[in-house]
Design a protein around this ligand. Sequence first.
Ligand SMILES: NC(=O)C1=CN([C@@H]2O[C@H](COP(=O)(O)OP(=O)(O)OC[C@H]3O[C@@H](n4cnc5c(N)ncnc54)[C@H](O)[C@@H]3O)[C@@H](O)[C@H]2O)C=CC1
Ligand SMILES: O=C(O)C1=N[C@H](C(=O)O)C[C@H](O)C1
Length: 359
Amino acid sequence: MAGKAQAKRPKPKAAPAPAAKSNAKTKPLPKKEKASAKPARDSRAAVPQSAKPAAAKPAAAKPVTAKPVTAKPGGGGLRPKRPVNGAIRVGIAGCAGRMGQMLLKTLAAVPGVLVVGGSERKGSPALGMDLGALAGTEPFGITVGDDASALFEAADVVIDFTNPAATAQHAGFAARTGTAHVIGTTGLDADQLAAIGRAAQKAPIVMASNMSLGVNLLEQVVEQIARILDPDWDIEIVEMHHRHKVDAPSGTALTLGEAAARGRGVPLRRVARRARDGHVGARVKGEIGFQALRGGDVVGDHTVMFAADGERVEITHKASSREIFARGAVKAVLWAAGKGPGLYSMKDVLGFSVGGSAT
Ligand SMILES: NC(=O)C1=CN([C@@H]2O[C@H](COP(=O)(O)OP(=O)(O)OC[C@H]3O[C@@H](n4cnc5c(N)ncnc54)[C@H](O)[C@@H]3O)[C@@H](O)[C@H]2O)C=CC1
Ligand SMILES: O=C(O)C1=N[C@H](C(=O)O)C[C@H](O)C1
């Protein structure tokens, strides 16, 4: 069950599973060929599978002709590069986290992709564990390592749900290796965002505070409503997340705030009101307020309120499983493999914008 996989945390005492068997020759990692290929439907056979096939569609792309190579020392149990029938080689940074585990479980069932490694922070109790133990599936034959740089060298696309400092560093690895980087991490500061912007000049980076279809749809709707309603309508955004969440307001709340501000034709930084406490005075016309609630195991709830005299419009999205984020991240992987450098969003991946339609 999805909930179990996401709640499960690696146990320090877990016995490390056997590392990936290598039939590769011992020579240094060659430059990776561009991930681009139309993935072979059966390429997942390279990884033991147990889950049901997912609905994700492989991206149309050119064939990958990977050469046999060895993983770099210190890269944990990275699966060495070798011909993989055109499959997209995927690495997961933060593979033992709530999202990392859900991604492993989801990817194990997706044809056309091959998980080649997972990284964790130095000192993580998950180091040395088999990825299958984290996914709740059969062993992958790949163990968790702490060398994210090697992960980027081994993969065509790295999915990253870690923390802001790690993600900014990882973007540098993406730039160096040309590896596509799918970023779900939230709470990045201006310097970290600037680092990602620079990296996107050298590698394709898809970044989204929320990878679910529903929230990306909500964003479009919020922008349109804010454009239609005049500033007499007060905009407030309320979000609730589980007790472990470390950033507030959530990345999604801020993205929805950006959408509302865009609809009104003002920069969010000029009108954002981050929480209220004490004798703060009456509400200032035009401000966009944020409130963050934390508790229990709430996966992620977001409500955007438009409040006027005598009536109120509320639009809510509720996530009841992290699977929706993982599914979005997989779509981003399939879309990003083989793309040129650039900073992309889930709107690019999903192929819709105000006035457009979802694909
Ligand atoms: N964009 C989206 O759709 C979503 C975004 N998120 C965001 O993703 C991030 C992670 O969320 P969770 O999985 O709930 O957190 P988590 O704390 O469960 O997982 C993060 C993992 O990253 C690992 N990590 C830390 N530093 C690392 C490093 N240098 N290298 C490799 N791994 C490292 C941690 O040890 C941990 O296992 C947060 O910023 C969260 O807001 C979460 C869900 C959906
Ligand atoms: O930390 C989380 O859990 C989530 N983070 C993202 C955010 O900050 O918006 C997305 C989702 O709401 C879950």
